[in-house]
Design a protein around this ligand. Structure first.
Ligand code: PMP
Length: 436
């Protein structure tokens, strides 16, 4: 039974695997937004495989695409060989990419995970520029392998220059909004241009258009454009990490479309595999300077993932799910912002499309509380309590942010208005119970 499975898991699985402890459920069936546990309980899943399930669980078009490959007798593992399945995936992927980028782009299949594609991107720009330094941002998350980890916030790596990522609530310049974003951009600019800063001409800049793990922080479009200008003017390749923001999640098919920038490199994973492991890096053709065999990896030809991914990309594109995510997401954001006015424990509600975060804070007046409008201390324990209360009400949410104080919602893009209401109702009740 479920209890036995949970007991064995907590005995044998490392405490590092926090999901298993925070979400003690044993999923046996799932469809769309809903997961059913071994005990028969149903949950609304707003974790979506950490943002992977654009169409929710077991969408019929995804299952059909997987079955079709299985029934065809096609090889499932082919490394880099050309196959009809890969051809269909690449064709569909290029149909979704911003034309100004796709027209001159090449795709490279990487290992199964987002972090593999990040490594490939970093190595690519270093190879192409023959430089080594990197520009990355505070609060960033790019993965858990060495290069991606070094580029992530909190890491100390001499090869990485960390620039401020603009944010309203905890703006490092104390102003937030456009002004804060401009100050962040100016900081980046002066660091690059001041010979005394000691920052060597870097090989590239890697940026998330919306920080996900960092606590759902959308970058202003104007700032993204500034970063594009700044890097273009200095011949620095710009890598857009769209592992989490891609495939309609933020209300545009790719989040770079909001600002209209054309990056030099895009890193894609999660939803592009339609719930199966798949990661690619797409880049401007003239960056493709490396020799055959220069970058390898055994699991880069997963035919089932390509088929599931192609079906997902096509479904999102043909059904306008990015636009749908923009509308439903904006509605949820407004509802949550209204809720925030009742709760001093909500520091900020933010997001873009169906990538939404609710930052919980400690409203006890202290030194921080005495400054009007100043951000309050993060409240990770309250966030964990909200997550627990959500689970008791049949809602699965994710925590994030530098202090794990942000409740994150990443529902499928297929979310209906009724489902959005159900999610918000449960979250509202959970919040009320947690602050009591
Ligand atoms: N980049 C971003 C923006 C991510 O959100 C993640 C995963 N959360 C990664 C990279 C790493 O992907 P993976 O966990 O598949 O290695």
């Amino acid at each position: 039974g479920a209890d036995g499975i949970l007991r064995r898991q907590s005995l044998r699985e490392s405490a590092a695997r926090t999901y298993a402890r925070a979400l003690p459920i044993v999923p046996v069936r799932a469809r769309g937004l809903t997961i059913e546990g071994a005990d028969g309980r149903r949950y609304l899943d707003c974790l979506s495989g950490a943002g992977t399930l654009a169409l929710g669980h077991n969408h019929p078009v995804v299952l059909e695409a997987i079955r079709k490959v299985l029934d065809s007798g096609a090889p499932l593992h082919v490394l880099d060989l050309a196959t009809p399945v890969k051809d269909a995936f690449v064709t569909e992927l290029f149909a979704t990419l911003p034309p100004a980028f796709a027209d001159r782009a090449r795709v490279q299949f990487c290992g199964p995970a987002g972090t593999d594609a990040v490594e490939a991107a970093l190595k690519l720009v270093r190879t192409a520029t023959r430089r080594s330094g990197l520009l990355a941002f505070t609060g960033a998350y790019h993965g858990m392998t060495a290069g991606a980890l070094a580029a992530s916030g909190g890491a100390q790596d001499t090869g990485v220059t960390r620039l401020p990522y603009p944010q309203d609530y905890r703006c490092p310049f104390g102003s937030g909004g456009e002004e804060g974003a401009q100050l962040a951009a100016r900081w980046a600019e002066s660091l690059l241009d001041d010979p005394k800063s000691g920052v060597p001409h870097p090989a590239g800049m890697i940026v998330e258009p919306v920080q996900g793990e960092g606590g759902v922080i959308p970058a202003p479009d104007s700032w993204m454009r500034r970063m594009r200008e700044l890097t273009a003017d200095r011949d620095i390749p710009l890598i857009a990490d769209e592992v989490q923001t891609g495939v309609g999640r933020t209300g545009a098919f790719w989040a770079v479309e909001h600002s209209g920038i054309v990056p030099d490199v895009m890193v894609l994973s999660k939803a592009i595999g339609g719930s199966l492991p798949l990661a690619v890096v797409v880049y401007r053709d003239d960056l493709d300077v490396w020799k055959p065999g220069a970058h390898a990896g055994t699991f880069r030809g997963n035919q089932l993932a390509m088929a599931a991914g192609a079906a997902t990309l096509a479904y999102v594109r043909k059904n306008g799910l990015a636009e749908h995510a923009a509308v439903v997401g904006a509605h949820m954001l407004r509802q949550l912002q209204a809720l925030a006015s009742d709760y001093p424990e909500i520091g900020e509600v933010r997001g873009r499309g169906l990538m939404i975060g609710v930052e919980l804070v400690d409203p006890v007046p202290g030194p921080a509380g005495s400054v009007p409008g100043a951000p309050l201390p993060a409240a990770p324990r309250l966030a964990a309590a909200v997550q627990r209360e959500c689970l008791q009400r049949g809602l699965i949410v994710e925590l994030g942010g530098r202090h794990s104080s942000v409740v994150r919602l990443l529902p499928p893009l297929t979310l209906t208005d009724d489902q959005a209401t159900a999610v918000l109702d449960r979250l509202t009740d959970a919040l009320a119970a947690a602050v009591r």
